[in-house]
Design a binder for this molecule. Structure first.
Ligand code: AMP
Ligand code: MN
Ligand code: ZN
Length: 901
């Protein structure tokens, strides 16, 4: 806790005269000094005030610097300027590096060799900021004596000062006033009383809309027809396989609608009413004290509100949101202000009813004023099914006007001369009844907005000499924001790598495996328990556990301070995951190793470290370099369908794990064998391909539980990922194929070469042997002749002969036999198609192996057989999952393939 202030103290000391005005050390007594937060500053407030001033003037100064691409280039032509810039730049970077080092972040900002560009440096700074802020959060919690295990965490600044252990909060006596009102100890989980359960499934978000007011284009039948929406494949009264098929066909018709913005058409065709682009006299706001404020938490009041809103020409909207104790977050409050009245709407209580406001919200004749609507637009969709047509975002206006700052506080000060503070911004907005102070705060967020809207509009016109261009651009930017779609976080097999990359951590194979397993565990549990991932297991703790790989469950607990309740509860499970990670072969991983390309086998092994589970990337040649006991045999599994099959698979693959997990690779292999398969086999393959799961690409391996609809939602992350993935995999496949071909060719050549050599050697050996035999004879004769010389000479000669015998060649042959068998010369390369390896088995309907010819007529019959999930698990390639939708999963609690609505 003390480290940060100490550091600040150091820097304030070293920066000699800059804050001398505040450092009047002569007049201080020792007692005073003890009470000081750091020298020169009475308390945190004084320090913050000073710091803020410093930051502000620095910002100002930086804004005053010559602009890049403009004056800057000119000035730079003067060497003195250039030198000054460089030395100052270095100073700054040094200062930043020190700060970052102090916080244990990567910090070679100045090392020009290690970082290529500004972008990477910027990333470093962003990452460090995250680390520092996270630490600040933890320290604040610690300082406030928060015990996260017993109560929901209120925002750091608002914690009741219970167990005061640090000097830090001794100072904050003035703040204790505000603590009291937030001492709601256990906020009941609002999601428990939601009429419609929260959908945390790993499926893309589908709009919550079933009526569409102000529609130009009617709402697609998918949304209006409750039956289609609610229907799930298992509810159809037909066999499972058929049900899946029918459902797939039906939903296929709707996918485009399902993921489109319901008001896309209306927004695309929205034009700003002429009147709004011309100058109008700003209408002064009513003082808050004279304004009626209503708390809306009944349907009746909500209907009344809607009627009022439909009659005005503009109103302001804001939301308050809570994201710590829920996976997707909860919209807790909506504030609405007309010119006459303020409304605070309980969006927890009226969650399922708020859609009725769409009548006013999507009315193009009514302006909806927001400040910084980006998140609000998403939250409105996610929780309330609300959309906005005709949005005016004052944040965008502030940007266009180039105001000094673009925060609401600043606009309030600038236009309304109202001092506000955002202290409650991060309060726990789930608290009910809402304390009056929070209510007042919430009101302030919208009360002045209609007036600010008037003012910025007038200025935007003035700024542009009365021309509407600039104002129009703000409206257009606002429209783009209202076109935003809520995107649910989707878990993919690669998600953990994304996070790892962000954290810029370098892990060895065991650590990376632990990180992957913990990440998957956290995601799954957070969804299940409807908690945020941050509550379930904060990232920094996850990293700590991964890095330390504790041998005991207690060690896991020790990595966490404070221990998250779900970690404590599941510590044994976590321990098993860590153990599993420890079983990985230990290989050092370099960050960015994925970028290193190269065909050298050992380098290739490095590549695999980024996905040690993806053994498809380990070529056979690489595996030759590993001894059997360091084989990456055991793969970590969490969301796997065939956990129980694991052991079997292991035995089968022990020693050689180059079987592709990603089915696309498998397919390629078989394609490669195409020349060797019969007409019937090829026919069969084509038929299988025609039944291919359209979502297959999202099922890279069995341990992913991701959506099948995601593909169709172009806004979804998974869509992007899959697109990228597809491209990558094609590239990858091609490369791999080429590499394989090359390797095979080489191996063949080598084998030929070796055979040739061996033959030669053999001949040579034979020859020399025969020669030596002759020599022996002559030597014997010689020896017999010169017997008196003793056996010494003879012995030596005999050993010389020994060296020429074919024995060593035989030895050589033996050691070379293996690769020869592995890669037989071309004449031996014909392999009959191996049905046991192929998906055709499925179509053969678990028939005995000998009946390998495909019979299309058997297909329907075989589909029924597939109902046995066990059989399906073992033998179904991803291509065949098309219509099964992992029936086996449903019993295990993560059937998340069908959006439940
Ligand atoms: P506002 O629009 O300022 O009222 O903020 C609306 C909601 O955004 C708040 O209720 C918070 O949930 C969230 N929020 C705002 N600022 C932050 C922030 N700096 N960090 C995290 N959440 C924030
Ligand atoms: Mn807001
Ligand atoms: Zn707000």
């Amino acid at each position: 806790m003390y480290t940060a202030p100490n550091k600040m103290m150091d820097s304030s000391k070293s920066s000699d005269s800059t804050n001398s005005g505040l450092q009047d050390s002569n007049s201080k007594t020792d007692d005073e000094e003890k009470d000081e937060l750091c020298p020169g500053f009475r308390n945190a407030d004084a320090f913050v005030k000073y710091g803020l001033g410093a930051v502000l003037s620095a910002t100002k100064a930086s804004a005053g610097l010559p602009q890049a691409g403009d004056e800057y280039d000119f000035y730079r032509s003067f060497p003195a300027f250039r030198e000054f810039c460089e030395s100052q730049g270095d100073k700054l970077l040094h200062c930043m590096s020190q700060t970052m080092q102090h916080h244990g972040c990567r910090s070679h900002l100045r090392d020009r060799n290690k970082l290529t560009g500004l972008e990477e440096r910027f990333d470093l700074v962003v990452d460090s900021n995250d680390v520092i802020l996270e630490r600040v959060g933890i320290l604040l919690d610690e300082a406030d004596g928060v015990n996260r295990t017993q109560q929901p965490v209120l925002p750091a600044g608002f914690q009741p000062p219970k167990i005061v252990v640090s000097s830090w909060n001794r100072m904050g006596s003035s703040r204790s006033e505000t603590f009291r009102l937030l001492q709601a100890k256990n906020v009941a989980r609002p999601q428990l009383k939601f009429k419609e359960k929260v959908d945390n499934s790993n499926t893309p978000f589908i709009p919550k809309i079933f009526i569409k007011p102000n529609a130009i284009k009617p709402l697609p039948s998918y949304f209006t027809n409750k039956q289609i929406r609610k229907e799930r494949p298992e509810d159809l009264d037909v066999p499972a396989a058929l049900a899946d098929f029918i459902h797939h066909q039906r939903t296929q018709e709707h996918v485009e609608d399902m993921f489109a913005h319901p008001y896309q058409y209306e927004l695309d065709h929205f034009t700003i009413p002429e009147g709004l682009l011309s100058k109008a006299e700003p209408q002064m706001f009513k003082p808050m004290a004279e304004t009626k404020c209503s708390f809306v938490d009944t349907l009746e009041d909500l209907v009344d509100l809607n009627e009022k809103l439909c009659k005005v020409s503009e109103f302001a909207v804001d939301l308050e949101h809570h994201s710590y104790r829920s996976f997707l977050g909860l919209t807790c409050l909506m504030q609405i202000s007309t010119r006459e009245e303020d409304f605070i709407i309980d969006t927890i209580e009226l969650r399922s009813e708020l859609y009725i406001l769409n009548e006013a919200f999507t009315d193009p004749a009514i302006v909806k004023v927001f400040h910084g609507a980006d998140s609000d637009i998403e939250w409105l969709q996610k929780d309330l099914g609300l959309y906005v047509v005709n949005l005016f975002d004052t944040h965008q206006a502030s940007r266009a006007l180039n105001l000094a700052r673009h925060s609401l506080d600043h606009l309030l000060k600038h236009f309304c001369d109202v001092e506000s503070d955002k202290r409650y911004q991060l309060a726990d907005w789930r608290i009910r009844p809402l304390p009056d102070e929070m209510m007042q705060y919430a009101r302030t967020d919208t009360h002045y907005l209609p007036y600010i809207y008037d003012r910025v509009r007038a200025q935007l016109l003035d700024f542009n000499f009365g021309q509407p261009g600039l104002l129009q651009s703000v409206w257009n930017k606002s429209k783009d924001i209202s076109l935003k779609k809520y995107i649910k976080p989707i878990y993919t097999e690669e998600s953990y790598l994304e996070l790892q990359r962000k954290q810029k951590r370098s892990f060895n194979t065991q650590q990376l495996t632990a990180f992957r397993l913990l990440f998957a565990w956290r995601d799954k549990l957070a969804r299940q328990e409807d908690e945020s991932t941050g509550f379930t297991l904060p990232t920094h703790m996850m990293i700590k556990i991964s890095e330390e790989l504790p041998r005991e469950p207690q060690g896991i607990i020790a990595c966490c301070n404070p221990v998250p309740p779900l970690v404590r509860q599941h510590v044994n499970e976590l321990h098993l995951l860590v153990q599993q990670a420890r079983e990985m072969p230990l290989l050092k991983a370099e960050l960015g190793a994925q970028k290193t390309k190269g065909l050298a086998p050992l380098k290739k092994l490095e590549v695999t470290l980024f996905g040690p589970h993806d053994t498809s990337k380990v070529s056979e040649s690489v595996l030759h370099h590993c001894s059997p006991d360091e084989m990456p045999v055991k793969q970590g599994m969490l969301f796997s369908e065939d956990e129980d099959k694991m052991d079997v698979g292991e035995e089968k693959t022990s020693g050689l794990v180059a079987t592709a997990k990603i089915t696309q690779f498998e397919e390629l292999e078989t394609q490669n064998d195409q020349e060797s398969s019969s007409v019937a086999q090829m026919k069969a393959r084509r038929i299988i391909e025609s039944f291919e799961n359209p979502f297959r690409m999202y099922l890279p391996s069995s341990d992913v539980h991701i959506s099948k609809n995601a593909k169709f939602d172009p806004s979804s992350k998974i869509f992007e990922i899959s697109k990228r993935w597809k491209l990558q995999s094609i590239e990858h496949q091609q490369k791999e194929l080429e590499a394989k071909r090359e390797a095979k060719r080489k191996a063949k050549e080598e084998a030929k070469e070796r055979i040739k050599k061996l033959k030669e050697e053999r001949n040579e050996a034979k020859q020399s042997y025969q020669e030596s035999l002759q020599n022996v004879a002559t030597v014997r004769q010689q020896a017999a002749e010169s017997a008196k010389d003793g056996g010494k000479k003879r012995e030596r000669v005999a050993s010389e002969i020994g060296a020429l015998t074919p024995k060593p060649s035989k030895k050589l042959m033996k050691s070379e036999e293996k690769p020869e068998k592995k890669d037989p010369p071309p004449q031996d390369s014909f392999n009959p198609f191996d049905y046991s390896q192929s998906n055709l088995k499925v179509f053969a309907g678990n028939k005995p192996k000998d009946n390998t010819q495909f019979d299309p007529n058997r297909q329907a019959h075989d589909f029924k057989k597939r109902k046995n999930p066990k059989g399906q698990k073992s033998s179904f390639g991803a291509g065949n999952r098309s219509m099964s939708y992992m029936a086996g999963k449903s019993d295990r609690g993560f059937r998340q393939n069908w959006p439940k609505r």
